[in-house]
Ligand binder design. Structure first.
Ligand code: CMP
Length: 583
């Protein structure tokens, strides 16, 4: 081969195989991701035929995870997390502790050391965001209260895992592992707390930076880019933010790529353009998330099924049954409804990306035997494949509860008040977002042409860009908006209300759908008249600079505005008595 094409061949094989088997799976009535996993096993080193590059595959998968977490961040704000905190935080922590304890006990029963058991338990205690989101998305439940709880719960788990990733190397020595050759971070006893403190500090600095500086800078940047009207620049800005922030924060603060990307999304969440950013990054996100499943399949060694069938069963059982029961119990103990408990425990009865990362780390530090990763992979494969089935069971259970509202009233009523409160909190968050968007938004593209037929010749995209240039402006009755003789700074489009133009002792009314302030901007002379609001009015304004640029870009609109200005000017120059005689 003339040069290294391992990335190309991995992408090609990944997409082709994943597409083919995903399609077959869907024709067989199975979820496509089962097909992606099969594709991964087939192009993995354990099966004959083409063998993809695992290193490359896992890096591509990581991009998929980043884009996905970015997408989660775009739709999930800190306010949402605060709204579900009462169940998500204790739930996630409780589940990690209990699942880890069960896992450790099980592994020790196999004769493993405490340290090995702990890593195994920790690895399976955290679920996969990729799998969860695919499942929620498929049932259109990402935005439902139960979906929000599950996503919030997982984000807390992800945060906890960042800590675990730091703690494993730090504790490796204590728990009987050895820092592998070349692995750093083998902190001694005194270094342990230092490492921990330093990590927490860095994490705190990162979160603070992301939440304080980010929302001030990023939405502005995105808006500025969107106003250029270049779609490709906008997409690029989105991807640069997602992957750039993820990478940068991983390098600087030691957080995972996934968490960095999540915060990149959260930061842009504040922008009214977050939907557009989400839409633009979606195709790439889909494509790379598929490669995530392929890479899981590639890592899997089917031999483990023969070598250690009971242990595979144990791990799979822990993930599917153990974790579900734990989650179910926690939700109930926290006082939330049985239906929520069903959905949340189904959502979390699987493992994914973090488990592999953690297991890999365990192997590096010789805490986990190499077979541990195979067991976890087997458990992941089984639980991911069965997850749709688990969800279907949860749906069945919920339907059963609903089927007899009278007879099962007691069960249905349990926790309803707590859920209602949580729903109200989420609704309040949504309302706030809506209000913020409304405050910034002047028109939708449809309203724009409906109000101002002048813009009918613009394409949908051109209208959107124009709207991004508008600034909302309001006036009270009697408020002077333009003073005769002033220097022109903006152009006004009336969205609501009425204004009065006073010129040469005469008064003209302008109403919604009219515009004013064009004359001085076109001629470069001072304002020709006073303009006063007659009632509560709303305007969309264009700055002088934006207005001129707009006219330059659309000469046809320019000539229509100019001829109206000309008419108005002629009217103002004519003597009032002439006008009145005409009238
Ligand atoms: P400008 O001169 O920038 O500021 C005052 C605005 O009042 C002016 O632009 C026009 O938009 C508006 N205006 C002036 N004369 C008339 C008129 N006769 N009828 C309606 N609007 C007018």
């Amino acid at each position: 081969m003339p040069h290294d094409i391992s990335v190309i061949s991995m992408i090609a094989a990944g997409f082709v195989f994943a597409f083919f088997f995903g399609f077959v799976a869907s024709r067989l009535g199975l979820p496509p991701l089962v097909g992606y996993l099969v594709a991964g096993i087939l192009i993995g080193p354990q099966t004959p035929g083409f063998v993809g590059n695992r290193e490359v595959a896992s890096q591509l998968a990581e991009i998929g995870v980043m884009l996905l977490m970015f997408g989660v961040g775009l739709h999930f704000s800190v306010a949402d997390l605060v709204a579900v905190r009462r169940v998500a935080i204790p739930g996630a922590i409780g589940q990690i502790l209990l699942a880890t304890a069960i896992g450790t006990a099980m592994a020790m029963a196999w004769g493993w050391t405490f340290g090995s058991g702990l890593v195994l338990g920790l690895s399976v205690s955290v679920a996969s965001t990729v799998v969860l989101l695919k499942a929620l998305d498929e049932r259109n439940a990402v935005n439902s209260p139960n979906g929000r709880i599950a996503v919030g719960w997982l984000i807390v788990e992800d945060l906890a895992m960042v800590l675990a990733l730091v703690l494993v190397p730090a504790f490796a020595e204590v728990m009987g592992g050895h820092a592998a050759e070349g692995a750093h971070g083998d902190a001694g006893d005194q270094g342990l707390f230092l490492t921990l403190g330093f990590t927490l500090l860095k994490m705190g600095a990162f979160v603070a930076l992301a939440l304080v500086v980010g929302p001030r800078v990023m939405p502005w940047l995105l808006r500025t880019v969107a106003r250029t009207g270049s779609r490709e620049l906008f997409t690029l800005a989105t991807l640069a933010a997602a992957i750039g922030i993820a990478y940068g924060s991983a390098q600087l603060f030691g957080v995972s790529f996934a968490l960095g990307a999540f915060f990149a999304g959260v930061v842009l969440n504040e922008s009214e353009l977050s939907h557009k950013a989400a839409a633009n990054s979606l195709p790439l996100q889909d494509a790379f998330a598929v490669l995530f499943f392929v890479s899981v399949g590639m890592l899997f060694d089917p031999g483990v099924l023969l070598r250690a069938p009971l242990q595979v069963l144990g791990v799979a059982g822990l993930i599917l049954v153990g974790k579900s029961l734990v989650a179910f119990g926690i939700v109930i103990v926290l006082g939330y409804p049985v239906s929520t408990a069903f959905i949340v425990s189904a959502a979390l009865a699987q493992v994914g990306e973090f488990s592999f990362i953690l297991a890999g780390l365990g192997i590096t530090y010789q805490l986990l035997p190499a077979e541990g990763l195979n067991l976890i992979l087997a458990g992941a494969l089984v639980s991911i494949t069965l997850n749709p089935l688990v969800f279907a069971l949860a749906d069945r259970a919920c339907a059963w509860l609903r089927a007899d509202p009278v007879g099962r009233r007691k069960i249905n009523e349990f926790g309803a008040a707590n859920l209602a409160r949580l729903e109200a909190d989420l609704e309040a968050v949504k309302e706030k977002v809506r209000a913020r968007e409304a405050a910034h938004k002047t028109f939708t593209p449809e309203e724009l042409v409906h109000r101002f037929p002048l813009f009918a010749s613009l394409t949908a995209e051109q209208r959107e860009v124009l709207i991004l240039h508008f600034e909302p402006h309001t006036a009270q009755p009697g408020e002077r908006i333009i003073r005769k003789g002033d220097v022109a700074d903006a152009m006004y489009f009336i969205a609501e209300g009425e204004v009065e133009v006073a010129v040469g002792g005469r008064h003209f009314k302008l109403t919604a759908g009219d515009f004013f302030g064009e004359m001085a901007l076109i001629t470069g002379e001072p304002r020709s008249a006073d303009v006063t609001a007659l009632d509560f009015s709303k305007f969309a304004t264009l700055s002088a600079r934006d207005f001129r640029q707009f006219l330059k870009r659309y000469p046809e609109i320019r000539s229509r505005i100019a001829s109206l200005a000309e008419e108005r000017n002629a009217m103002n120059r004519s003597r009032p008595d002439e006008e009145e005689a005409k009238a």
